[in-house]
Design a protein around this ligand. Sequence first.
Ligand code: UT7
Length: 339
Amino acid sequence: MDEVTSSTPFKRLPVAIIGTGSYVPERRLTNADLEKMVETSNEWIVERTGIRERRIAAPDEFTSHMGTKAALNALENAGVSPEEIDLIIVATITPNTFTPSTACYIQDALKAKNAIAFDISAACSGFMYAMKTAVQYIGTGQVTTALIIAAEKLSTVVNWEDRSTCVLFGDGSGAAVLRRAMNDDDGAILATDIGTDGSLHDLLRIPGGGSACPITPENAHERLATLAMRGNETFRHAVTHMKKSAETVIRRAGLSADDIALIIPHQANLRIINAVAQRLGIPEEKVFVNLQKYGNTSAAACAIALDEAHRTGRFKKGDNIIIVTFGAGLTWAAAAIRW
Ligand code: UT7
């Protein structure tokens, strides 16, 4: 008998995105507001990042509340009821609680009683890690319908006295419903790519608040449970990995850059987005950008962007789109999707 190896062919079932949704909190925090909080300027923030404002969740508005709103939005868009969901995956680095998972709270809120539910922690790449995981579940015939959600309340893990990070992040959520499809031509996720380099875990992290460094009365003043980033180095890796991951899915899908109707990149910095698009040979009008309104919402960023692009008609049935993300870990991921 032949030995089974990693290159033994496996025929996966096609998987399509059949609905999208998103939600952002009402409160806006503008660059002018930040000028009053730390030593910064609207000019610096716009020139170095492209961000003009971000949304901040209310104190009693948790990650699960935002995730539930995006999920309901996506279910309505897909015409799917909560009972039809087999699998819920929530991508977040700001869970309501360490345990149970935020996915459990959302399953309860949706009354999706037939779904198994769990969280994924892959920082800004989380939504695409969730998509890849759902594709595996559906593509191997384990489940039929999956709900993937990315929700972040980053305002709770930002050090509001650190100008190098506090101007970057915001709160929000996005979601998508995935279901087994008939074939790739009628609309399906054509190819995915996912990657990790744990040797660079120091570049972007929340050092305290976990088992390695619990917050104690003695260290509380050090604000260790907030985001710390080596911005410059992270920037370079973001450009390299996003370009490579996007190229990989374009190639795996049998496409070329000219076949792409829209690219939806992680919304961290406009300079990163422009550098990636330029290196891929994708013109500006085919690049989706909304970071000026929301800043970097980590896992939620490309989920919100996908929903906005979908609802505003930035792509149509039959178009090929690329989503590509990058984040702490380091992690990166991409998908080529025929809508
Ligand atoms: O989502 C996950 C992935 N995240 C990313 O990919 C983010 C990647 N990194 C970045 O987007 C950029 O590195 C930042 C936007 C974070 C920073 O931009 P930069 O061009 O790399 O600036 P820098 O860190 O090299 O700082 C340049 C200068 C410094 O001053 P000196 O040392 O040159 O005097 C900073 O102190 O800008 C200063 N600076 C600020 N000035 C005004 C840093 N933050 C601010 C600020 N306002 N908010």
